[in-house]
Design a protein around this ligand. Structure first.
Ligand code: G6P
Length: 609
């Protein structure tokens, strides 16, 4: 996830672009850059690190010109560096991009054959060269841009300038956000309205596949086929902070709601339908050939630890390999049995958690091979690993982790499929079905999000309760732990997650009249047993809130409140169940008036022991 901004008008664009980038910095901050077109041609200034580094550089030379584009980066392809920072240029084409071009390898080969020299490791630079190539082929700029959009697979928001066309910006959107600001004699393009709110409150929200041109006085848009389209002009009534949150009240809610789109990015170019295999860039070398490891450890902390627990069920079932999951803080002070035949998977959103990093280093020094699953490119944990699978969730601002968790689980599903196939324990047909099931998840998540009003009402009903129990079995057990953790973290309500089978060994003693018990009850192989557990807690007076499968009338008869998820295979349900768990915790916190994004005593990244 990156922040992009473009300006065409009557003022000097450097100030406007920088101001916009400052407001977009929450979207990414590992490098930044801008390009300004003035009387003396184009000036491009880029810097690695936070926006401050770019500002320092600009002090030496402040570009002048009424047309410009800017970018603040969250690395996906290519490490954070000045060379990989945007804007990218090929001849007269200079552009900024947010998203992932899935077929960039293929396009890179094509361009190399045509004699283009690609300087960066990014997928973005390819787009500049492609447009340049189509200009060489004799197309006009407008035709070239439209043609190239048809060649790209993946997600993008693009703002492009052609240095031979001062006064004009080209824009396009597919899967990544792009909003146009319409001012008096000036136009803006940005990832969100916060970038241009001080200048105009008139905005046009582009739809997927829209593309077009902006000048100081005009904005023209087309659809994929090239037909002219009109998009309504909307007046923005949000204040600045709301705007950064895309109109959502909290970053946490925004991050919950963006999971369908984010998940598409996580799966992008790793799953191709009908290919019967998953593509895991980065770990190929470590996992190549016959599996040389005799055991797997997964280590992590907090929410990432719960993702690790899901990983155990997935890998053991699909690949039939033994997996032990440890909290990193425990692992590092035990004497785990590690040798060269140990594969250790470290999971971390931030890539900086002190315990996870220390445990990883310890295991590495004893000969283990290390794969990390991480969100932040080039953070300490990926740097200390032999290979990394990035979750591509974009910056997570809310302290309570949401989208980082579901993307970790998605990556673990892919890894389990990869290992399962490598071990010959699952068929290519199974992988094929799993890929189709995974690709359905974003729309299934949308389905759940659309029905979230009922969760709000439910939260009101239970918000005054002081204690909750969460039960799940099998792969749903870690989701019970995670659901309880979310509730504790942001609403400060006491909550315990248990495996439903363990209930009779203690927690059942807590149940009295009206005690809320959240039960994960999808229709998988543990369903019947979970129904019995529900009967047992109901008999003791509990109020049961169940998460069940759409159309499950039997379950509806036995519970007080029912949250639905669409039917899905067992290994996909953790992704779907997570959404009602997150929303329930969120709305409970709202009812109790707590600080959702920055709950007391917690930190986003724990970099001390
Ligand atoms: C903190 C955060 C949690 C997170 C945990 C592990 O406790 O508040 O949300 O799950 O650290 O962080 P990591 O970055 O390693 O996933």
């Amino acid at each position: 996830m990156c922040g992009i901004v473009g300006y065409v008008g009557h003022r000097n664009s450097t100030e406007i672009l920088l101001d916009g980038l400052r407001r977009l910095e929450y979207r990414g901050y590992d490098s930044a850059g801008l390009a300004v077109l003035g009387g003396r041609g184009v000036t491009i200034v880029r810097a690695q690190g936070k926006l401050k580094a770019l500002e320092e550089k600009l002090k030496q030379h402040w570009p002048q010109g009424p047309l410009g584009i800017g970018h603040t980066r969250w690395a996906t392809h290519g490490r954070p560096s000045e060379t990989n920072a945007h804007p990218h240029q090929a001849g007269p084409i200079v552009l900024v991009h947010n998203g992932i071009i899935e077929n960039y390898q293929e396009l890179r080969h094509f361009l190399a054959k045509k004699g283009h020299t690609i300087k960066s490791e990014t997928d973005t630079e390819i787009v500049c060269h492609l447009i340049q190539q189509r200009l060489y082929d004799g197309l006009s700029m407008e035709q070239a841009f439209h043609h190239v959009l048809g060649e790209l697979r993946g997600s993008y928001a693009l703002v492009v300038m052609n240095t031979n066309e001062p006064g004009r910006l080209y824009v396009a959107r597919q899967g990544s956000p792009l909003v146009i600001g319409v001012g008096k004699g000036e136009s803006f393009a940005a990832s969100d309205v916060s970038a241009f709110l001080p200048y105009t409150r008139q905005a046009i929200f582009l739809e997927d596949n829209d593309w077009g041109m902006l000048s100081a006085s005009q904005a023209v848009f087309y659809d994929r086929k090239g037909n002219r389209v009109k998009r309504p002009l909307k007046k923005i009534v949000w204040n600045q902070t709301q705007a950064e949150k895309g109109g959502f009240k909290h970053f946490m809610l925004k991050e919950i709601c963006e999971q369908p789109r984010i998940l598409m990015d996580t799966l992008a170019n790793r799953t191709v339908e009908k290919q019967k295999r998953v593509f895991l860039e980065g770990v190929a070398k470590v996992l190549k050939g016959k599996f040389p490891y005799n055991k797997i450890y997964i280590i992590a902390c907090g929410t990432s630890y719960h993702a690790g627990l899901v990983g155990k069920y997935l890998i053991e079932e699909m690949a039939r390999l033994p997996v032990m999951v440890d909290q990193a803080s425990e692992f590092r002070y035990r004497r785990p049995i590690i040798d060269r035949r140990t594969l250790l998977i470290a999971i971390s959103q931030s890539g900086e958690t002190a315990d996870t990093l220390a445990a990883l280093k310890e295991a590495k020094s004893q000969g283990a091979k290390i794969i990390s699953i991480c969100n932040v490119i080039d953070a300490s944990i990926p740097r200390a690993s032999h290979a990394t699978l990035y979750t591509r969730a974009g910056p997570e601002i809310g302290v309570a982790s949401t989208k980082a968790f579901t993307t970790q689980v998605a990556v673990l599903i892919l890894l389990a499929l990869h290992l399962g196939r490598g071990q010959g324990k699952i068929s290519s047909g199974f992988v094929d079905e799993a890929i189709s099931a995974l690709l359905r998840v974003p729309s299934q998540m949308e389905w759940i999000l659309k029905r979230s009003k009922s969760i709000e009402a439910m939260a009101k009903k239970y918000a005054k309760r002081s204690s909750f129990l969460y039960f799940g079995r099998g792969v749903n057990f870690p989701i019970a732990l995670e659901g309880a953790l979310k509730l504790k973290e942001i609403s400060y309500i006491h909550a315990e997650g248990y495996s439903a089978g363990e209930m009779k060994h203690g927690p059942i003693a807590l149940i009295d009249k009206g005690m809320p018990v959240v039960v994960l009850a999808p229709q998988d192989k543990t369903y019947e047993k979970v129904l019995s557990n529900i009967a047992e807690v109901k008999a003791r007076g509990a109020s049961v809130i169940a998460v069940g499968t759409e159309g499950d009338r039997e379950l509806a008869r036995h519970v007080d409140d029912l949250l639905l998820i669409p039917p899905a295979p067992w290994y996909v349900t953790p992704l779907l169940e997570s959404i009602p768990m997150q929303l329930l915790a969120y709305h409970m916190a709202i009812c109790r008036g707590t600080d959702v994004d920055q709950p007391r005593n917690l930190a986003k990244s724990v970099t001390v022991e």
